[in-house]
Design a protein around this ligand. Structure first.
Ligand SMILES: [Zn+2]
Length: 378
């Protein structure tokens, strides 16, 4: 592999919006970037080569799922996640912390880590910051996330503060654990995660502690957990500014197309979300004119494409009427086609934002987007 371990070059800024390139050994990542979610070593309903065909530079893998099945040690024996799933480009893995809290049973949280039972077979496991770093190393992750705790944003302030402090101690242990795997660390990057929910002072303390430890990039964590877009944008009005300007800023688990535009406007560089793939399997297509529910009878004889501005292989080949029929019939191909279109649309949206920032016309891009993107409750 060639190329730098990790470098981030900003090409242009427009207001707070930024466009740049992250260079890593397995390839470049154009920012603002959207990372399709490949939970169980697959971006659901998509071959990896088709994921690349949508324009994705990087995908996300989930530590929690992969440690339980097929197991991190097994993936390592099979040559690592890239070789296992046939995705040669960069992969970001989450730390497992968020999904342990949201998916597993019988969790016991201590200073050491989290003990839990698998949602698959009830088996007992423990994740610590050190074990999370080891799992992500075994997977061969390019961008490793620090192990953190993500409490609900509506918990009392003292709980949020204590949880943030714990996450900062875990961030330090994550840094040490990552650095101890020298061979992997020489070709991979480690991101810290800011916590503090909706509290500006806690966000500031968290940002200072993370910056003191030092990371390649910084995530704004603890959002998109049910607080709503207005509250999320409220935090994004100040939280990205607390993080180093010369490092990428990653908003975890976001989001809807209008969330992405509003977050880029506030200085975010990277995103991941299951929405385009999950919605694709549910027959919901994202378009420049808003979301469409392909189950709706009004598409039964609509010979047009999902989106007449979209150049993806689905829109240039298949009609709304055909996809409506597939979705109504529960055919796998319906899920595949809507997923491919949705991922293509998300990448086209990111490309549109990158071009607009580079051209110094992000404000007009955003206002055109908001004019055309209509929520029909679909
Ligand atoms: Zn399309």
């Amino acid at each position: 592999m060639t190329g730098p371990r990790f470098s981030f070059t900003l090409h242009a800024t427009d207001g707070k919006a930024r466009t740049g390139t992250i260079a890593m050994q397995r390839g470049e990542i154009r920012t603002p970037a959207f990372m399709p979610v490949g939970t169980a070593a697959t971006v659901k309903a998509m071959k990896p080569e088709a994921v690349r065909g949508t324009g994705a530079d990087i995908i996300l893998g989930n530590t929690y799922h992969l440690m339980l099945r097929p197991g991190a040690e097994r993936v390592a024996r099979l040559g690592g996640l890239h070789q296992f799933m046939n995705w040669p480009r960069p992969i970001l893995t989450d730390s497992g912390g968020y999904q342990v809290m949201s998916l597993s049973e019988l969790r016991k949280l201590t200073e050491q880590g989290v003990e839990f039972r698998s949602h698959l077979d009830g088996s007992k496991h423990m994740i610590t910051p050190e074990r999370s770093m080891e799992i992500q190393r075994l997977l061969g992750s390019d961008i490793v996330m620090a192990f953190d705790e993500c409490p609900r944003a509506d918990r009392p302030r003292d709980e949020i503060a204590a949880s943030m402090e714990l996450s900062m101690r875990w961030a330090k242990r994550s840094r040490e654990g990552f650095d101890s795997g020298q061979e992997h660390a020489s070709g991979a990057a480690l991101f810290g995660i800011q916590q503090g929910a909706l509290h500006e002072d806690l966000r500031r303390i968290s940002a200072e502690k993370l910056t003191d430890i030092g990371f390649d990039g910084y995530a704004v964590g603890g959002l998109a957990v049910g607080e709503g877009q207005e509250a999320m944008f409220g935090v994004l009005d100040y939280a990205p500014d607390m993080l180093p300007k010369d490092r990428p800023r990653y908003l975890m688990g976001v989001g809807k197309p209008d969330d992405l535009v509003g977050a880029v406007e506030r200085g975010i560089d990277m995103f991941d979300c299951v929405l385009p793939t999950r919605s694709g399997r549910n027959g919901q297509a994202f378009t420049w004119n808003g979301p469409l529910n392909l189950r709706n009878a009004r598409f039964a004889e609509d010979t047009g494409p999902l989106d007449d501005r979209c150049q993806c292989p689905v829109c240039t080949t298949y009609s709304r009427a055909y996809i409506h029929h597939l979705v109504k019939s529960g055919e796998m191909l319906g899920a595949m086609l809507v997923t491919e279109h949705n991922l293509s649309f998300y990448q086209a949206l990111m490309q549109g934002m990158r071009d607009a920032i580079a051209g110094g016309r992000f404000a007009s891009f955003a206002s055109d987007f908001r004019r055309d993107y209509v929520h029909r409750g679909a």
